[in-house]
Write a protein of this length. Structure first.
Length: 150
């Protein structure tokens, strides 16, 4: 496990080999441009691809409108909390996120994960409540609750 100090807030570990990328600040821009905090020199990585921010001891990743996308654990994201061990991909370049939330000041439950909230809000109210719509053909029929045990 890595040690966290004032200049080390975790690491991005390349899954295909290569040097680990030390996270040295609480806000980092990742991209192909030389002025980014983390420079990934690949043609399929956008100039400013994504932003990492440390919030309440947890890292959050936000895609900055990249052409080839940002994924966490295989799912394309707009903004997502990165739990330790999460697999992060910028275009096709993958890393594992390694850090200790407790060492970075986290306590209690983790902060809300924005993409999960966004997914819930996309669903209809009936679906969110766990209720299902009646069949269109039977919408005017009363149900006999005693017969619902089958």
């Amino acid at each position: 496990m890595l040690e966290n100090n004032a200049s080390n807030f975790g690491e991005l570990v390349p899954t295909g080999g290569g040097d680990n990328i030390v996270l040295k600040k609480k806000r980092l821009i990742i991209g192909r441009r030389e002025n980014c905090d983390i420079v990934l020199r690949f043609s399929n990585v956008s100039g400013q691809h994504a932003r990492l921010t440390l919030e309440e001891g947890y890292w959050f990743l936000k895609d900055l409108g990249s052409r080839n996308g940002t994924k966490v654990n295989g799912y394309r994201i707009s903004r997502k909390r990165l739990d330790p061990g999460a697999k992060v991909s910028f275009a096709k370049h993958s890393f594992t996120m390694e850090y200790s939330p407790e060492a970075l000041g986290a306590f209690g439950p983790p902060p809300a994960d924005d993409d999960q909230l966004e997914e819930v809000l996309r669903r209809g109210l009936m679906d969110r409540a766990g209720l299902q719509r009646r069949d269109e053909e039977k919408r005017f029929e009363n149900r006999d609750l005693a017969e619902d045990d089958d």
